[in-house]
Write a protein that binds this ligand. Sequence first.
Ligand SMILES: Cc1cc2nc3c(=O)[nH]c(=O)nc-3n(C[C@H](O)[C@H](O)[C@H](O)COP(=O)(O)O)c2cc1C
Length: 406
Amino acid sequence: MTTQLLKNKKLILGVTGGIAAYRAVELLRHLQRGEAQVRVIMTRNATRFVTPLTFSSLTGFPTLVDSFSDPAHWEIDHIEIARWADLLLVAPATANIIGKAAGGICDDLLSTTICACDCPQLFAPAMNTRMYHNPAVQRNLELLRTQGVHLVDPVSGALACGDTGTGKLAEPVAIARAAGWLLSAGMSLKGSRLLINAGPTREPLDPVRYLSNRSSGRLGYALAEAAAVLGAEVTLVSGPTQLAPPIGCRLLQVTTAREMEQVVGGEFDNCDVFIAAAAVTDWMPLYSASKLKKGERVPDLKLEAAPDILARMGARKQQQLLIGFALETDDGESEARRKMESKQLDLICLNHPDQGLEGDEIRLNLMTPDGTSEELSGHKEAVAWSLLQKLASMLQARFAASQNTD
Ligand SMILES: Cc1cc2nc3c(=O)[nH]c(=O)nc-3n(C[C@H](O)[C@H](O)[C@H](O)COP(=O)(O)O)c2cc1C
């Protein structure tokens, strides 16, 4: 999944001297697939891992390394490129560049450009896990955050040095998506706690079979990741999907509707917004502990109602905003309105089955209790983005209303 939100945007890709420098090539390709314009600056140490020629060949522009070489036409490189950029992305970001950026040190072209850029900045740290957990590195990362720099946190896994732990560069495709989220608007969800559920549930029939549905979880994952990049604290409760964990979120994995209800219920009191994007089953089969035998008689499936998680959260709601989804084949609008009222929702997204549950595209009607309706359609990432914009304006309106009543 390459983001659609990068089109025609101007990015500086800063590459520093870590073992993950080779993955910056893959990242560049994802950015280019999103039709971003990219210029690359490498640190001198990064050129020990990958050659500048690799990036020059792929971008069609000279890769900048040296502050003191004569530019092609006379303008000072770090100022010219800083004026040009919509986003500065440093990936991989070494402990060294993180320290320099946090401290305002400008001793090479990349660190000087970081200092000169007033556009949004996104760093994707990558290093050995011992380095990552070093208190000085953690303090520098916190400094960067307080300076308004966005981070794509490293992930846990087997590292090049043989150690296992947190420090591995996030997946290049996820970094490209994060860049897209940041570039799309000046919206912030800082300070909001979002609880999102996503994906299907799986209800066991017997030890080897289950009932489920075609939900891919992609819209919920996109919402979770975008909200996290925009500064929200996000907990994602997910049924079984084929998707990589979204960056920056707390991911809680469940299988059945009952498990999802338990986990969502446990998190609900600590959230400001609950987005119920999961396709939770409506009926659960009665479970047979031994495998149903194939024979002459076709077994009768006995079903019971599954917990209605959204209705239960609606009944418990205090200050939370609740966003639900409805997928209907008949009487969509009136069904969605009925659901919004009975479950005390603040917004319902009517999903149209013509676009399917598994595809890249989606068409939603956003309906509010005061009777407004607007259509969003397109790539799931772009729709997730617009939905979060709607959420941000709802949170703002709520905040303004609370100021007036104080
Ligand atoms: C083989 C090798 C791999 C390295 N990998 C990393 C790394 O993944 N992350 C990191 O922060 N430093 C790593 N370093 C150390 C950096 O290269 C070193 O701190 C350097 O000064 C970084 O320079 P730069 O930030 O200007 O590119 C590595 C060094 C070597 C020799």
